[in-house]
Design a protein around this ligand. Sequence first.
Ligand code: BG6
Ligand code: MG
Length: 215
Amino acid sequence: MRYKGIIFDLDGVICHTDHYHYLAWKQLADKIGVYFDETINNRLRGVSRMDSLEIILERWTGEPLSGEEKEQLADEKNTIYKELLKQMSPKDLSPEVKETLEHLRTRGLQLAIGSSSRNARFILGQIGLGDFFDAISDGNNITKSKPHPEVFLMAADYLKLKPSDCLVVEDAKAGIDAAKAAGMDSAAIGDAFGYSQATYNLFTFSKLIQICSAQ
Ligand code: BG6
Ligand code: MG
């Protein structure tokens, strides 16, 4: 097989938490009087919590905020977000994603998560995939956000695979760029579909089976 491992982004690939991110940031932005909409929310895809806050604060017109104040705002957003995540259940894992993952596993592929989120393990638990993946590289083990390749390089390292043996599946252009910087092929889905830097485009998740079957 062309690959030995697949590294999946979480939000927007395995499940959909983007609307919860939006609702939580919107609540915070409204509270501090900063304009925020779905278009700005799209720029937060794959971006770390603190970098997301910086994007939201581009429209902040008050006195400059200290690092501590920014940490407080990010914590406040995360509290709202985590409360919303409690609504998630195994019903938020589509049958197509579940069956494709199981199929890829039976083909002997190593499967990992490569997510910027510090809530990745919590989300995986909510959707019933708490023990499924062979490795999880997430926002807790990295210092640099996508498009930096760190999160994927760590995932390959956890799987004990060479980057060139791994395929990344991503819905964020920043994630496709990160895969390229890591020396990995990538498959773009959702928001990243059609992005020129991707190796493949996934019209639908199950297409991964074909990609991985090719020599
Ligand atoms: C990524 C999301 O998976 O995680 C981003 O695409 C988000 O939108 C980032 O900002 C960080 O998430 P968390 O859960 O650590 O706040
Ligand atoms: Mg994503």
